[in-house]
Design a protein around this ligand. Structure first.
Ligand code: NAD
Length: 274
């Protein structure tokens, strides 16, 4: 594969770059995921709430790529949290994807006010022990939620998928993850494309390397050690976003991008969301 793996805390290999499909309608997902698989992506990030597990599954089936070469992630939605509901939601997601095991299952949001993420995760541990999921993790967990989870359960999450881009660099979370052996996966790694790709410092680094701003931002993540899952439905951009393994940013480039932090979220605050 074009994409080097990182090794998760349970020894499972995960491609460091994958394809995200949030906001891709189910009837367009087969084509978008198919384009990504042709371009060399082997990791796909979906979620029950995205409503496109079936289209994603159709693309996987149509690709003819051996199952063991793929890394498929989906996420448990908030209203399905709880032990028994999680077991049922997992079966539904796996059925929609048309798979007989999952590579990574994530609790989509902690919803601390609901008080159910520990029971939910215990169901994840059972599915993991039963060999139905290769790695289990969480999404949008703050360090305080991770601490609570780790104290109450036995499998340290392999991954925490959080909003992370040059305007929201998440230093406290990244440090805590590193201490605990949790991989940091960046959602909205391009800041959803909006203003971030026009920031003069990023445009200047792009010119210097003869690359696009999106490629520069993705390189910054990769060189920091983050897993990234950029999303696009445009075939040329899908290909551009994986074409980032034949150049490197130097220390000055990395420092210039790291200076752009504003601790500014695009999405909701996990402490109160839900
Ligand atoms: P992103 O940062 O990947 O940005 C995607 C947008 O950037 C595209 O819609 C397009 O407008 C633009 N873009 C993409 N490639 C480009 C290029 N090469 N040049 C110029 N513009 C480009 O944002 P995202 O979709 O929010 O995040 C990526 C993935 O992260 C999602 O698809 C989803 O899988 C995941 N995600 C997870 C959560 C969560 O709560 N766990 C939340 C949001 C997203």
């Amino acid at each position: 594969s074009k994409v080097p793996p990182i090794i998760l805390n349970n020894g499972v290999e995960m491609p460091q770059l994958g394809f995200g499909v949030w906001q891709v309608p189910d009837d367009e997902a087969q084509q978008a995921v198919g384009t990504a698989l042709e371009a060399g992506y082997r990791s796909i990030d979906t979620a029950a709430i995205y409503g496109n597990e079936e289209g994603t599954g159709r693309a996987i089936a149509a690709s003819g790529i051996p199952r063991e070469e793929l890394f498929v992630t989906t996420k448990l939605w908030n209203s399905d949290q709880g032990y028994d509901t999680t077991l049922r939601a997992f079966d539904t997601s796996l059925g929609k994807l048309g798979l007989d095991y999952l590579d990574l299952y994530l609790i989509h949001w902690p919803i601390p006010s609901q008080g159910t993420f520990v029971d939910t995760y215990k169901a994840f541990e059972k599915l993991h022990a039963d060999g139905r999921i290769r790695a289990i993790g969480v999404s949008n967990f703050l360090p305080e939620h991770l601490k609570q989870l780790i104290e109450a359960t036995s499998v340290v999450p392999a991954v925490n998928q959080i909003e992370l881009h040059p305007h929201l660099q998440q230093h406290a979370s990244r440090e805590y993850h590193a201490e605990q052996g949790i991989a940091t996966e960046a959602w909205s790694p391009l800041g959803q494309g909006k203003g971030l790709l026009e920031v003069p410092a990023i445009v200047a680094i792009a010119r210097k390397h003869g690359r696009t701003p999106a490629q520069i931002v993705l390189r910054w993540h990769l060189q920091l050690g983050n897993v990234v899952i950029p999303k696009s439905v445009t075939p040329s951009r899908i290909r551009e976003n994986i074409d980032v393994f034949d150049f490197s940013l130097d220390d000055e480039d990395l420092a210039a991008i790291s200076a752009l932090n504003e601790d500014r979220r695009i999405g909701p605050d996990p402490a109160v969301f839900g």
